[in-house]
Design a protein around this ligand. Structure first.
Ligand SMILES: [Ca+2]
Ligand SMILES: [Ca+2]
Length: 343
């Protein structure tokens, strides 16, 4: 039986003295410690939240604050603030699976019960730290992203994309509408994720690589929009759904000019340079790749871990010195007065 400690921490980029990249990764970090497995190396022991905070080394003047920890929140993988400063957190408690027997290659995981949740965190005294945690919604399958809209929120929970809303103020969603469905529930590492608002007032999602035929949940028609190796966007006003260039697995963020960036386990930043709708105008044009690596990628990246060796995981002794996991990208632009911005 395992034991898991989850800590939600944010980085305040306004405290930065010099930021070398516009993309930041790891806004929400999860510390895991599993006890009882056979392993050649000792497992890293879990720390109390305050001690865990001290274990991070922060560069470039960034500041790390502890906003919430267990029991207010657990297993966080994505979060979004609403207009009242409340924080909705997706808890992917069914990662990587509930029962390993249900995890089979290239097959739907139809056996695991949906045990993911959305947690609503509230700061009552305005000190910036959350005081209350409510189960806003439960019984969600592999929830990996959310975007607030009109008093509620869209939630990516393979094989579905939901709209959830609390209409009576009890901090629990009583409106629960399945908007789209058809996302394949194959590899848990390759599920659609990371919903983000675009400048065009549409919601963008990372499609990852499981693919699927996406269609409105209330539609009886067969087929749908194929998103294999693609990302997607939809208009929340019309529920129009479209496959777009991408499919890098994770990331999904914009800069101030609307350029979109993705990432995956070997690439920290990939720029989407060729829109799918433009390439579709000439089906005879061979386009090997719609993405451009905008940073060193793969084995060109040097990784110097500061934590002790730990069995398992992409940074364990079985992985190479240049291996690291990247699951989130977020845009941050330096102030206009920054010397770096003026370059
Ligand atoms: Ca507080
Ligand atoms: Ca309610």
């Amino acid at each position: 039986m395992g034991f898991r400690l989850a800590i939600t921490i944010t980085v305040d980029p306004r405290k930065s003295l010099a930021v070398k990249r516009s993309l930041l990764t790891g806004l929400i970090l999860t510390a895991l410690a599993v006890v009882g497995a056979d392993a050649p190396l000792p497992r890293t022991k879990p720390l109390e939240p305050a001690d865990a905070l001290k274990s991070f080394r922060i560069l470039d003047g960034f500041q790390l604050d502890l906003l919430a920890a267990e029991p207010l929140v657990m297993d966080p993988v994505a979060a979004a603030y609403d207009e009242d400063g409340r924080l909705f957190v997706v808890e992917m408690s069914d990662y990587p699976h509930v029962d390993p027997k249900n995890d089979k290659p290239f097959a739907e995981n139809a056996g695991d019960p949906p045990i993911g949740r959305v947690r609503l965190l509230i700061d009552r005294d305005g000190d910036g730290r959350f005081d209350e945690g409510h189960i806003f919604a439960d019984k969600l399958s592999w929830p990996t992203g959310l975007a607030v809209w009109k008093g509620g929120l869209f939630v990516a929970a393979t094989p579905d994309l939901w709209y959830l809303r609390d209409t009576d103020g009890d901090h629990r969603a009583d409106e629960r509408r399945r908007v789209f469905t058809g996302f394949r529930k194959y590899n848990v590492q390759a599920v659609m994720n990371n919903l983000q608002w675009g400048l065009d007032h549409q919601i963008y999602g990372a499609g990852s690589s499981n693919g699927g035929q996406i269609h409105p949940a209330d539609s009886k028609q067969a087929g749908g929009v194929d998103i294999l190796r693609k990302d997607f966007r939809f208009d929340p006003r019309s529920d129009q759904f479209e496959a777009i260039s991408g499919g890098a697995r994770f990331g999904n963020t914009f800069d101030d000019w609307g350029n979109r960036f993705l990432c995956d386990i070997r690439n920290p930043a990939q720029h989407v340079v060729l829109p799918a709708r433009d390439m579709a105008r000439n089906p005879y044009l061979p386009v090997p790749r719609a993405l451009n690596d905008s940073a060193d990628a793969g084995d060109a990246i040097n990784l110097f871990r500061i934590s002790p060796p730990n069995p398992g995981g992409n940074c364990g002794p079985g992985a190479g010195p240049r291996s690291a996991k990247r699951c989130r990208a977020a845009n941050w632009s330096a102030p206009a007065t920054s010397p770096r911005r003026a370059e």
